[in-house]
Design a protein around this ligand. Structure first.
Ligand code: CP
Ligand code: NVA
Length: 302
C-alpha cells in the first residue's frame, strides 16, 4: 500500500489487513507493550480545515510508534498564499517520510501523491474520509464480531462520510442503506459502483434505511465549508434524525455510530448520544489505532 487517498483504491484484503493490524496495535497500547515501528520517521500534517480527533490521534499515534509529527496549518504554510501544490509536494517530500492532509478538493490530495515521492494519507476531503471509516469498520467488527452480512444504515447528508462508508461497507461485504433527502445523494459514481459490487439501498425513507440495521450512523447536516448553507440545510434535513423512534426500526442490539463532532438536536438527539456513548467513543478511540495501522503500512517498508 503506497498511499491512502480513498478506500476505493484498496482491495478487500488490504482493508482487512489494516483492521487486523489496528486490533493488534490497540491490544499493545492497552497493555503498555511498546511498538516503536516507525522510529526516526516524520509525518507532516497539513490542515486546511479544523480538527480535534484527526490531528490529535495522528500526532499521538506517531509518537507512540517512535516517530514525530509536525502540525502544518495552511494558514502558516506558503500553500495558503498560493504556492502550487506540485511544488509543495516536491519540497515536503525531501524533508518528511509521509504527509497527512485535510483539505477541500480530493484533486489536491491526488496531486500531492502524483508530484510528491512519499506516501500521502487523506485526512478528510469533501469527497472522502477513509481514516474515519477504517475506525468505523474496526468498531463494528468489535461489537458485532463480523462485517460480512451485517447491515449498516447511514442517515443524513450524502457527504464524504456517506461516500466512504458505502465503499468501506461494500468492500467488506456489508449491506449499506443510505437514508437521505432528494438533492443530497452520495457521489453518483460511488452509487453506481456499489450497485454493481454489492448491496446498496438509497432511499428518502429513513425507517426503511434503518430497518434491520446492525449499525446506525449519522453525521452533521452541514459539513465544514458549507457553513453558509446551514440554515437551508436545517430545513431540508428536518426529520433526518437518529432518535429513539428511528432506533425502533433497527435490530434491538444495534449500535449507533457518529464520526463526531455532533450537533445534538439536529442529526442526532442528546438522548441517543448518551445511550450509545460506548460505541460512539470507542469509535473515536479507534481513530488512533486504525491510523497507526495505516502509518505502519505506508511507511514501514522493511
Ligand atoms: N471525525 C473527525 O474527523 O473529527 P475531527 O474533525 O475532530 O478530526
Ligand atoms: N462531514 C463532516 C465530517 C467531519 C469529521 C465534515 O466534512 O465536516
Amino acid at each position: 500500500m503506497k498511499h491512502l487517498l480513498k478506500l476505493g483504491d484498496l482491495t478487500r484484503e488490504e482493508i482487512l489487513d489494516l483492521l487486523g493490524l489496528a486490533d493488534q496495535l490497540k491490544f499493545e497500547r492497552r497493555n503498555n507493550i511498546p511498538h516503536p515501528l516507525l522510529t526516526g520517521k516524520t509525518l507532516g500534517m497539513i490542515f486546511q480545515k479544523s480538527s480535534t480527533r484527526t490531528r490529535v490521534s495522528f500526532e499521538a499515534g506517531m509518537y507512540q510508534l517512535g516517530g514525530n509529527a509536525l502540525f502544518l496549518s495552511s494558514r502558516d504554510l506558503q500553500i495558503g498564499r498560493g504556492e502550487p501544490v506540485q511544488d509543495t509536494a516536491r519540497v515536503l517530500s525531501r524533508y518528511l517520510d509521509a504527509i497527512m492532509i485535510r483539505t477541500y478538493e480530493q484533486a489536491e490530495v491526488e496531486a500531492l501523491a502524483e508530484y510528491g515521492s512519499i506516501p500521502i494519507i487523506n485526512g478528510l476531503t469533501d469527497y472522502a474520509h477513509p481514516c474515519q471509516v477504517l475506525a468505523d469498520l474496526q468498531t463494528i467488527r468489535e461489537y458485532k464480531g463480523t462485517l460480512a452480512g451485517r447491515k449498516l444504515a447511514f442517515i443524513g447528508d450524502g457527504n464524504n462520510m456517506a461516500n466512504s462508508l458505502i465503499v468501506g461497507g461494500i468492500k467488506t461485504g456489508m449491506s449499506v442503506a443510505i437514508g437521505c433527502p432528494k438533492g443530497y445523494l452520495p457521489d453518483a459514481d460511488i452509487i453506481k459502483w456499489a450497485h454493481e459490487n454489492g448491496d446498496l439501498t438509497v432511499t428518502e425513507d429513513i425507517g426503511e434505511a434503518a430497518s434491520g440495521a446492525d449499525a446506525v450512523y449519522t453525521d452533521v447536516w452541514a459539513s465544514m465549508g458549507m457553513e453558509e448553507e446551514a440554515e437551508q440545510r436545517r430545513r431540508d434535513f428536518a426529520g433526518y434524525q437518529v432518535n429513539t423512534k428511528l432506533m425502533t426500526y433497527a435490530k434491538p442490539d444495534a449500535i449507533v455510530l457518529h464520526c463526531l463532532p455532533a450537533h445534538r438536536g439536529e442529526e442526532i438527539t442528546d438522548e441517543i448520544i448518551e445511550k450509545y456513548q460506548s460505541s460512539i467513543f470507542d469509535e473515536a478511540e479507534n481513530r488512533l489505532h486504525a491510523q497507526k495501522a495505516v502509518l505502519v503500512r505506508v511507511m514501514k517498508k522493511d
